[in-house]
Design a protein around this ligand. Sequence first.
Ligand code: SIN
Ligand code: CO
Length: 373
Amino acid sequence: MDYQLNLDWQAFLQNYWQKRPLLIKQGLRQFIDPLTPDELAGLAMENEVDCRLVSQKNGRWDVSHGPFESYDHLGEKDWSLLVQAVNHWHHPSAALMQPFRVLSDWRIDDLMVSFSVPGGGVGPHLDQYDVFIIQGMGRRRWRVGEKVPMKQHCPHPDLLQVDSFDAIIDEEMEPGDVLYIPPGFPHEGYAIEDSLNYSVGFRAPNTRELFSSFADYLLANDLGSYRYSDPNLASRENPALVQKNELSGLHSMMSELLAQPEVFQQWFGEFISQSRHELDIAPPEPPYESDEIYELMKQGENIHRLNGLRVIRIGDQCFVNGELMDTPHINATDVLCHHYEINAEMFGEAIDDVRFISLLTALINSGYWYFND
Ligand code: SIN
Ligand code: CO
């Protein structure tokens, strides 16, 4: 299924992205759900899948974490099942992410899918990230409030909520309606009928995560071994004082390392090409030989990218799942970055370079790309 979003991206970026929430009525016309509530419930029974059930009874909230063995204990009202990274586990659902690639692959995170029975929802809350909430089957009332400082509280240890708020958007969403919410705008959705909702979530690292990952990169690559030295140390009055020039010398040690463009780019490529959620990796058994890959592709077999795999280009470098693809064939690696299904011709002359085929073989044997059986 090919999903097309009925949206003027230019105007959206200028007026709404990271600024204001927007209801896009019938953003996805004649919407067809990529999965059923039963399929979602089945996914939430799998060990690898991250999911939770949120319910409410007379204002008392409850949260339980999957995998779930049964749903028999649930009534007909006031609960919601939320499953993370469904795009990794369910191929047709992954297609829902495609229209949002306009906003760049590195900023997109995952597709969270929720199923709610009447009254079901997670309560009023804020998110740190941008989200597009797509209404699938059923109707659900969504309210969004103004971004103002709000106190958060936990009605349950695993649930962060805000107090009730005045709505600037209040709408009974119908299948195909899309609601964009920038970070920090309070919102809540309550199902009116059994409902499916698809949340295309974005990621935006904070400075703490960046520093922490950069430090890991230094350790893994044995960088930053330069040690503080002070051949011109002068005697001082106050032995307890770190002098200004000493402090700035230490600051320089750190900022000079950050200021090296190659180091920064290589680290960031590795960092941002890692998924925040588990991948459904199934390496081929037995692994392929290089000449088999070459033959299959030459015979017209296409390769497909594993859903959720992050393949990101920075400058002339392409990164996949935390690793640099080391090859001079930038056009061919760019094809890997850009397309989800690839045939031999798209790789151009690279297909006839044994070194490129051996890179491709490694990627396929890692389970990152695969041939359809
Ligand atoms: C949902 O309930 O489907 C989405 C929850 C949210 O607002 O983040
Ligand atoms: Co939310």
